[in-house]
Design a protein around this ligand. Structure first.
Ligand code: ATP
Length: 198
């Protein structure tokens, strides 16, 4: 039996933006995988606490606005139920046990390829899973460790210069890279207002 190939695309998505959405399109267009599961991280191990962060629930609502109804894409909240910190290895292992008929891949942006050797037990991830990556402006995969690059396939992608940090900080012109319904959600719920009005 051919296993269903699923790409896990994890992140804080605080908020989700066009860079994430275009990445998902490129992961799917590569035909290396059948589906993308967008996994919302409640508490990323490598990011510091900050008062201008949106709650898990708000971030989930914005992900739904971005991805609900998109063919071959699912949103997963599995990390909410797992122990913290939310290590990717744990998530991949739990999913692999829960879905023996699926083969999982890890989908990431170029910045994450470059810093992958800092991830918790990254060699164990590489032992069992391949990485599917997209280029990202301002990142340089040449800085990545050779063992990481060996397990990484870069798929065709038109890079999008945007970050969630830029959106939270209200960087000039950045809302053009946030879909309208998400921009409206941010406004309506006064998210990131502290930094954006500074
Ligand atoms: P922040 O600015 O808060 O660090 P971010 O914009 O990097 O956030 P994350 O939610 O941390 O977004 O990223 C989730 C995943 O999406 C990571 O694998 C990251 O590399 C990838 N990613 C984020 N933005 C882009 C982008 N513009 N192009 C390609 N990949 C991206």
């Amino acid at each position: 039996m051919n296993k269903k190939r699923v790409g896990i695309f994890g992140g804080t998505f605080d908020p989700v933006h066009t860079g994430h959405i275009e990445a998902v399109h490129s992961f799917l267009s590569s035909h290396l995988i059948d589906e993308v599961w967008v996994v919302l991280t409640p508490d990323p191990p490598h990011k510091s606490e900050s008062p201008d962060r949106a709650s898990f629930q708000h971030r989930l609502e914005m992900l739904k606005l971005a991805f609900d109804g998109m063919a071959r894409v699912k949103i997963s909240t599995i990390e909410k139920e797992l122990s913290r910190p939310s290590y990717t290895l744990q998530t991949l292992q739990v999913l692999s046990t829960k879905y023996p008929g699926h083969r999982f891949f890890l989908c990431i942006g170029e910045d994450s390829v470059s810093s992958f050797h800092d991830w918790h037990r990254y060699k164990d991830i590489l032992n069992d899973y391949s990485l599917i990556a997209v280029k990202r402006p301002g990142s340089d995969a040449e800085k990545a460790q050779p063992d990481v690059l060996e397990k990484t396939i870069f798929v065709e992608h038109k890079p999008v210069d945007v970050s969630s940090t830029g959106v939270r900080e209200g960087k000039s012109g950045i809302m053009e890279k946030v879909p309208d319904e998400i921009a409206s959600y941010i406004k309506e719920h006064e998210l990131y207002a502290q930094k954006r009005s500074a």
